[in-house]
Design a protein around this ligand. Structure first.
Ligand code: SF4
Ligand code: SF4
Length: 417
């Protein structure tokens, strides 16, 4: 049952000076609409980005804004109801991949994607996260009580199996390690080759490194669901595990949302500066290629690259994959709008988890499909397993001959001896 009071409290808990400034600043220019793939592909004004946070905004004006009395008295900001909250569920979850394209375009500098994330907090607390999210969280937090239903022992066994299958030495729970890699649940379930590739690359670099079975779940379904407590618990377990072995670098896997969470939010959850650097794996590889610690053979072929929104626009790792592709001698055919202005694959922000969002997802994917096909290259690389999965599914549905490849697997296959 929808808990209206919890929704209101959840919204209010997120409203500080920065959020208030954002909610006061919109000049209703409508430019964010043209940046959003869900609006562009459907023409439905409900999908205008700033409209998606309207209930959050109304709560601010009604309960906390400087003219809250007037907003209440004249009915400019109606009180939340179970009906309005339920009507907004698809706007806050199904039709927002938190890609931040709207935030990039807004002339007032409003981070609308961030406001959507905060709106999800109140929706989650009201019991309005889609059932698909709740199922995923339940799988992670209940049952065995460990991420993906894996105990530490099972994760250790899994790493051993992957190491054997891919002929790579896995370091696990070493007492001291300069580099600590984390994993994504999508890689665990679908693309273990990406985990093996990262292990091969770390062995090649030659510094001490180790997976930690007490903090490895980089995938943060709780973040996209709006579950603040779950989000912090996952982040804190990784931070503690990295600190316990003296890590200097925490490496985020081929995964988008986990990277922005750890890069921008982890210090807040920890309460002070992190005692290590947080690098996405493409950044670590690019740095080590440039310093000469990673040596790769040339692998000339034509390809394109899909930027995951959370790695490029939201994360700042836009150049790193291009440094890597250049070092490998790949003939890179950039997508239209490549880099920080890229379009989402269609499945980010947990939209890929929501079954009923399939038609919206397909509409969003159509932009990416058209752009990839326009490059006429046989392979599209990416460094996000979520994007890889969405591109794989979309390509299969479209009977693509284009292959979707992991950038790290390409690097691992071409390490110089
Ligand atoms: S974050 Fe992306 S999907 Fe969400 S409203 Fe903004 S542009 Fe649309
Ligand atoms: S682009 Fe910014 S100012 Fe313009 S309508 Fe959207 S949120 Fe408001």
């Amino acid at each position: 049952m929808t808990d209206v009071v919890k929704a209101m409290r959840g919204f209010i808990a997120d409203i500080g000076p920065n959020v208030a400034l954002s909610l006061e600043s919109c000049v209703h220019c409508g430019q964010c609409a043209e940046a959003c793939q869900f609006y562009v592909q459907t023409g439905d004004p409900r999908y205008t980005p700033i409209h998606k946070v309207e209930l959050f905004k109304q709560t601010y004006h009604r309960e906390m804004g400087p003219f809250s009395f007037a907003y209440k008295f004249f009915g400019f900001a109606p009180a939340l109801t179970a009906e309005t909250l339920t009507n907004w569920q698809d706007l806050v979850y199904d039709s927002c991949n938190m890609c931040g394209r709207c935030s990039l375009i807004c002339p007032m500098g409003i981070d609308i994607a961030d406001l959507v994330e905060q709106t999800r907090h109140g929706m989650y607390e009201a019991g309005l996260a889609p059932a698909d999210f709740l199922g995923a969280i339940a799988e992670k937090e209940h049952g065995t009580g460990s991420p993906f239903g894996l105990t530490s022992e099972k994760f250790r066994d899994l790493l051993h199996e992957i190491g054997t299958a891919h002929n790579v030495v896995m370091h696990v729970d070493e007492p001291a390690a300069e580099i600590v890699p984390t994993v994504s649940s999508i890689d665990v379930k679908t693309y273990p080759g990406s985990m093996a590739a990262i292990a091969k690359i770390l062995n090649h670099i030659g510094l001490s490194w180790s997976f930690r079975t007490d903090g490895f779940d980089a995938d943060n379904v709780s973040l996209t669901a709006g579950d603040r407590a779950g989000q912090s618990a996952i982040t804190e377990s990784i931070v503690k595990a990295a600190i316990s072995c003296g890590a200097k670098i925490l490496v985020m896997p081929e995964c988008g949302h986990s990277f922005t969470e750890m890069r921008w939010e982890a210090a807040n959850a920890y309460g002070k500066d992190l005692p290590f650097r947080v690098l996405q794996i493409t950044e670590l590889v690019a740095e080590n290629i440039e310093s000469g610690k990673i040596r790769v053979n040339k692998a000339p072929h034509a390809a394109t690259y899909h930027d995951a929104c959370q790695l490029s626009r939201r994360g700042g790792a836009t150049e790193a994959p291009r440094i890597i592709l250049h070092a490998l001698g790949v003939d890179l055919h950039e997508l239209e709008d490549a880099g920080d202005a890229n379009w989402c694959c269609g499945g980010g922000g947990g939209v890929a988890l929501i079954k009923r969002a399939q038609p919206l997802r397909d509409a969003a994917f159509a932009i990416k499909k058209k752009q990839i096909e326009a490059t006429a290259t046989p392979i599209v690389y990416t460094s996000c397993s979520g994007c890889r999965q969405t591109l794989d599914h979309g390509g299969k549905a479209a009977s693509w001959t284009t292959t979707v490849g992991s950038l790290m697997e390409l690097v691992a296959d071409n390490l110089a001896s």
